[in-house]
Design a protein around this ligand. Structure first.
Ligand code: G3I
Length: 315
């Protein structure tokens, strides 16, 4: 049971990172990732556009490579993501009539979850579908996505179909800005509560946690949200942690933010995994001047990493 692995952080729970070929082809980065992490997610290689380049064509090579890296390292593989704002990256989706789009929707879920059956322990089935303008008690879906054209119940149908294809993978809804004291966080909690109450097979919520030194959740807010999800039978993964260091950048302040978030997760039974969105400031989707990750560009440990380690070792 790879989930029971402990890693060099001494943590019994899941600690990992997104990886991109930049990292696993780079000896320093790969060594760090092997030494400190027990779960990996592909930053991009398993997304719709990566595995499904045109209507009847699937190409799993790049995503398989990430599974291979995780397997060789005795790490779990976390799937990200099945359905997103895919038309933005796959323009061929824009030209389909609704029946074809619907068939594509089911076929994609089926092909991807079948291919990674018994390899992916969890999947972000739906990513970022709740509209940012949702109010606390009125979650609304983004209506400009192609998947919405297949019906306003598309999220629910995606989870039901995913469960029927792979009954053993944990199925997650993943989103950003749902971990702080703001309306969207409350809206997504309500959205998932509603899905659960209708028997939709959803096992977890992924809090992406793209935060910054002047804006990150308090320990008490995190504990409150972790408990609220626990009460409806939904586990939490922190899925994409990075912390922008806002100018004038104080790396110690970034360490404090990291410690707050990591410790809140490690202390709470219902926060089962914590993944960062990369490892070194050398490889990040964010402008590297924001220094958002654990190690600096020459692989030196920043307070982000040492405070994270201290938090993991304190529980
Ligand atoms: O690899 C190609 C390269 O061949 C090409 O020349 C170049 C030209 O645009 O594009 C390169 O691909 C880019 C890829 O990152 C690798 O750098 C894509 O354009 C770019 O869109 C892609 O961005 C990724 C983005 O998701 C969209 O998939 C980011 O790396 C990745 O960090 C980001 O991750 C998302 C999560 O999935 C969901 N949550 C938010 C998070 C950050 O936006």
């Amino acid at each position: 049971d790879a989930a029971a692995n402990t890693n060099k952080t001494g943590s019994p729970f899941l600690v990992g990172s997104a990886i991109y070929p930049d990292c696993y082809n780079d000896w320093n980065c790969a060594q760090f990732m092997r030494g400190h992490m027990n779960v990996l997610v592909a930053e991009n290689d398993c997304k719709f556009y990566a595995v499904h380049p045109s209507k009847d064509v699937y190409n799993f090579a790049a995503c398989d490579k990430v599974v291979d890296v995780a397997t060789k390292n005795n790490q779990l593989f976390r799937g990200h993501n099945v359905l997103w704002k895919d038309v933005n990256y796959s323009p061929w989706l824009a030209n389909l009539d609704v029946p074809t789009l619907n068939a594509t929707f089911y076929d994609h879920i089926e092909k991807v979850l079948t291919h990674y059956k018994s390899k992916a322990f969890a999947w972000d089935v739906v990513n970022e579908a709740v509209d940012d303008s949702s109010t606390a008690d009125n979650p609304i879906l983004r209506t400009d996505w192609v998947w919405y054209q297949t019906g306003a119940d598309w999220v629910e149908r995606a989870f039901r179909h995913a469960r029927s294809v792979d009954p053993s993978a944990k199925l997650f809804y993943n989103d950003y800005n749902i971990e702080n004291t703001n309306a969207k966080a409350d809206a997504v909690l309500k959205f998932i509560t509603d899905l659960k109450s209708r028997g939709v097979p959803i096992d977890g919520v992924g809090m992406q946690m793209h935060v910054q030194t002047n804006w990150y959740p308090s320990a008490s807010r995190l504990a409150q949200l972790f408990t609220a999800y626990q009460n409806i039978g939904v586990e939490v993964h922190i899925t994409e942690l990075d912390i922008k260091c806002i100018a004038p950048c104080d790396l110690n302040a970034q360490g404090v933010a990291a410690r707050t978030i990591v410790q809140a997760c490690a202390e709470h039974d219902n926060c089962k995994a914590l993944l960062t969105w990369g490892i070194t400031d050398k490889y990040t989707w964010i402008d590297s001047t924001s220094k958002p990750l654990l190690l600096n560009e020459t692989y030196g440990a920043k307070p982000f990493f040492t405070e994270m380690l201290a938090a993991l070792n304190s529980v």
